[in-house]
Design a protein around this ligand. Structure first.
Ligand code: SF4
Ligand code: SF4
Ligand code: SF4
Length: 269
């Protein structure tokens, strides 16, 4: 049974501890036969990506910590001409620094962009799953241990069976073993106000229809409405109604990105 990383986006605060812990563990440290030292700059075996969505003031940010997915059928292994890439019984995929020629074929093949070239040493490098620690009694890799919110977890695939039914992978090819929970979808949001009185409208009924969905909400105390977790690249019609006001329609709103539909005046009848 392979080991898996499970990363809950809803719990990630974007603190970057995982990225820093990986650097602390691997920069300047020679963990042969597992890995040679990671350079201080230019490589991120664990990298936190920031994803800002929307426009001010309707902005949401989520963070995605990314590392080698220790694939079941690693593309990096398939293309390696020297046989340097090995998959262990526990599922971790390692590049043997003593065998790697630094040709870079694995870098081009990896769909996760997880491999880096160490120019000084003339080898390719990536996350080792902290195999040097696990083989010496540690229960967790450093990145997982350092996560203060338990957004990052690691263990036997079996342990996470239920959660993995709802998980998302960034690149399905090759059978990745890094899974994400609660990956947010796109959002549509906006604010409604009375055109004459220049006051926000509280309790206006707003609907969002399209892609088989028919969602409904009401504007809050700030006149705001939000539709969250919409599918990527969808097409929606957003309508706003309030007693005594002329209804409003936003037709053909696409969710190729999350959108702030802006501050919109509603006119009295
Ligand atoms: S994510 Fe990339 S480097 Fe990691 S095992 Fe898969 S193909 Fe290889
Ligand atoms: S498992 Fe170890 S090497 Fe891999 S990203 Fe985490 S800290 Fe870095
Ligand atoms: S350590 Fe945990 S909370 Fe912090 S950025 Fe990494 S995954 Fe997110």
């Amino acid at each position: 049974m392979p080991k898996v990383f499970v990363i809950d986006i809803a719990r990630c605060s974007g603190c970057y501890n995982c990225q820093l812990a990986c650097k602390d563990e691997n920069c300047f440290n020679d963990w042969m036969p597992y890995s040679r030292p990671q350079p201080a700059i230019g490589q991120f075996w664990c990298k936190v990506h920031e994803h800002p969505e929307g426009t001010i003031p309707k902005v949401k940010i989520h963070y995605v910590s990314q590392l080698c997915a220790h694939c079941d059928e690693p593309a990096c292994r398939e293309v390696c001409p020297t046989g340097a890439v090995k998959k262990r019984e526990d599922g971790l995929v390692l590049i043997d620094p003593a065998v790697c020629s630094g040709c870079g074929a694995c870098m081009d093949a990896c769909p996760w962009d997880a491999i880096y070239k160490n120019e000084e040493l003339g080898i390719c490098q990536k996350c080792t799953g902290c195999a040097h620690l696990l083989d010496n009694g540690a229960k967790l890799p450093r990145c997982v241990e350092a996560c203060p919110t338990d957004a990052m977890r690691f263990g036997e695939k079996e342990e996470f069976a239920e959660e993995l039914k709802h998980a998302f992978v960034l690149h399905p090819e090759g059978g990745p073993n890094v899974y994400y929970l609660n990956m947010p979808g796109r959002f549509l949001a906006g604010t409604l106000y009375d055109a004459e009185e220049q006051e926000v409208l509280i309790g206006a009924r707003v609907t969002c229809v399209g892609e088989g969905l028919a969602l409904e909400t009401v504007t809050d105390d700030f006149g705001d409405y939000w539709f969250r977790d919409l599918p990527d690249n969808g097409r929606f019609t957003v309508t706003a109604e309030m007693e005594g006001y002329r209804p409003l329609t936003f037709a053909d709103v696409t969710t190729d990105v999350s959108r702030n539909l802006g501050d919109t005046p509603m006119e009295k009848l």
